[in-house]
Ligand binder design. Structure first.
Ligand code: FAD
Length: 422
């Protein structure tokens, strides 16, 4: 039972971003700084951080000079050093983005130019099918972009390793602590002006708070008086799988389609897994529960909140066709398999099985536009109000890849915003 313990900093949310930041801040500040991490589940990495494609992205897609472009590459390089130093298994299997028809070539060229602007290491164009086959003998296509440093890892293992490092340096973790209230007292002589309450009635006091709550980032930010915009819309990404004996001779790199720039996701792809199997996916279907990992998971509050949000109504109108298309491919997986066979004709439909899913926290503006970049904000509304709470509002893919760079970015923000923490 946690009973009114007091900390200098409490981090809410034990996903990869909360754990990376907890580890970095605890390691950097004086040992006497008391830091706690609270997580509503029984373990860290239970949601997005433990249910994703496991790719270490190198930053091909992101808008040049955006936070995503900067923090993805920086985060990937930091992640590789961390994996080596901490014995975390990963594979540098590379990635191909393949155009299968001439009509896709100009989009592929734009993507290549974008990846050069983002300084993706050693990225190059494969001009024809022969060049593609030198890398992936079972792939077809008219041209491709090859990123040799794109890798795979199990991000849940990484999240748990961050938590362990945090604990080893004297940090404390409270599991099964679901934050339901965040009260701030403005009295100057209040040493710990923030009181965090959990659903089961536990309380913790703190001088400063950072929230990294993924699928609930909007609701948690609202608890501290921040705007409820952007709103989180849950978008499920379902995976199919190929067994080891088929996977081992099929492809060894990540194989992606040329993305549709109007759509925020990368398209269903082949992702080799650390256990030697291959995952196909993820697709993108609307979920009716923020933690809705299957069609059976329905939550009335989540559904009503989403349907009544003006931004969602505009989004639904703009993406009706795409949404129905994704739904049809989710229900009838042969559509997805046929699509994937354009890239790898030998993909054996009879060996494909449905497996797990993840749910993306897709941030959405009131005007219906999708929030693309990482977004951070704070509880400080007026310029003379002291900032006590920082929020991670939007950390979609490549959030796992970027986690160590996001942690550095957040620490720099703490140094300027949390006046007497550092
Ligand atoms: C299908 C899918 C595929 C992806 N593929 C990749 C990929 O290949 N590479 C990549 O880099 N990124 C990928 N991503 C993105 C990546 O997984 C996320 O960017 C990253 O995990 C975000 O981490 P997070 O810590 O912000 O969120 P989360 O991992 O969701 O963590 C948030 C945590 O907050 C906790 N929490 C929420 N509310 C409360 C509360 N009230 N009290 C206490 N705790 C609370 C939750 O339980 C959760 O543990 C993918 C995501 C998905 C869904």
């Amino acid at each position: 039972m946690v009973s009114s313990k007091s900390y200098d900093l409490v981090i809410v949310g034990g996903g990869i971003i909360g754990c990376a930041t907890a580890m970095l801040v605890k390691r950097t500040l004086p040992a006497s700084t008391r830091i706690a991490l609270v997580e509503k589940e029984h373990e860290v990495g239970y949601h997005q951080s433990g249910r994703n494609s496991g790719v270490v992205h190198m930053g091909l897609y992101y808008k040049p000079n955006s936070l995503k472009a900067k923090l993805c590459l920086e985060g990937a390089l930091e992640a590789f050093s961390y994996f080596k130093a901490n014995g975390i298994p990963y594979k540098k299997c590379g990635k191909l983005v393949i155009a299968v028809k001439d009509g896709e070539l100009s989009k592929l060229d734009d993507l290549y130019k974008n990846s050069l602007q983002n300084s993706v290491p050693e990225v190059r164009v494969l001009e024809n099918v022969q060049e593609i086959k030198k890398i992936e003998p079972n792939c077809e296509g008219v041209s491709a972009i090859y990123s040799p440093h794109t890798s795979i890892v199990d991000w849940k293992v990484v999240t748990k390793s961050f938590e362990l490092s945090f604990l080893k340096t004297g940090g404390e973790t409270f599991k099964n602590f679901e934050l339901t209230a965040l009260n701030k007292f403005s009295s100057f002589n209040e040493k710990f002006p923030i009181v965090l309450k959990s659903k089961s009635g536990q309380t913790i006091k703190s001088r400063y708070v950072l929230t990294c709550c993924g699928l609930y980032s909007d609701r948690i930010a609202k608890l501290s008086g921040s705007s409820s915009d952007p709103k989180i819309v849950p978008v499920r990404g379902e995976y199919l799988s190929l067994p080891l004996h088929v996977a081992k001779d099929l492809v060894s790199a990540n194989i992606y389609p040329v993305p549709d720039p109007k759509f925020p996701f990368l398209g269903v792809h082949f992702t080799p897994r650390m256990d030697g199997s291959i995952w196909l996916g993820p697709n993108a279907v609307l979920a009716s529960h923020r933690e809705g990992y299957s069609y059976c998971d329905v939550n009335l509050q989540d559904t009503l909140e989403m349907l009544s949000y003006p931004g969602f109504q505009k989004l639904a109108t703009n993406y009706t066709f795409k949404g129905l298309d994704e739904l049809a491919s989710s229900l009838f997986i042969n559509r997805q398999i046929k699509n994937l066979q354009q890239y790898v004709p030998k993909l054996p439909a009879s060996q494909v099985t449905r497996i797990s899913a993840g749910v993306r926290a897709q941030a959405l503006n009131r005007d219906g536009s999708l929030v693309d970049d990482f977004v951070f904000d704070s509880d400080a509304v007026g310029s003379n109000q002291q900032c006590r709470i920082l929020h991670v509002r939007n950390a979609p893919s490549p959030g796992a890849t970027s986690s160590l760079a996001i942690a550095k970015y957040l620490f720099a923000k703490m140094k300027t915003s949390f006046v007497d923490l550092v």
